[in-house]
Design a protein around this ligand. Sequence first.
Ligand code: SF4
Length: 245
Amino acid sequence: MLTGNDRNDATYASTSRRRRGCPSTPGCPSRTTGAGPARRLLEASIGGDPAAEVYPEPVEHCAICRWRDLCRERRRTDDDLSLVAGMTTGQRRAMKSVGISTRRGFAGLAVLPQVDRVSQEALERAQRQARLQVASEDDGVMPYEILDPQRDGDGGLVANRGLLALPEPADGDLFFDIEGARYYCEDGREFGLQYLFGVVDTAEADEAGLSRYTQIWAFDPPGEKRAFEELIDFITERRTRHPRT
Ligand code: SF4
């Protein structure tokens, strides 16, 4: 027997997966293990359509999902629009609403359709990206386009856009990267962990004569705190030696 809470939880989980485009809803292979009579009764009682197809739109959870290989393969087989680098969910949805669901179909459009709530300029950018990817597959080379810097109405360069947002190079520049595990879990509790802080130090060379790379690892929350402190000490010390860093 389902209680009110059961029903709410199941409804929420189902709705949530549908919103995220997760195929754990009808059409998803996980249904073969997860769907039982109670679920079917529930879906019938709330008016769900068990036969409705839900596309495996990529979501953040895919990174740790057991079905990720299957879903990735499905998108590849379909040449889905999600393969277009940088194309947003809204842009994809808009294109699919007018019948364009493949990357090649999108790349080959002579005229882009007008769609609500998606700028034509953004669509053109996405299409240029799609064309580059298709050309790369067809020709076996990696083509690229250099984008013009953004200019204002008088033709002047717009400050702080694109590469102009970078500061002038300076002695002792540091290049920092951080890697995190969003679904890191301890004692059944899920939270994010920033586990690797990496810094390339242009003022120092390693044994191979390259800019020195320093890595600071964390394996648990106390380690993350220690790593953060270590990083700040590292940067502070370098800035003392190279104030323009
Ligand atoms: S890989 Fe992504 S789309 Fe596929 S079932 Fe998992 S969360 Fe849903």
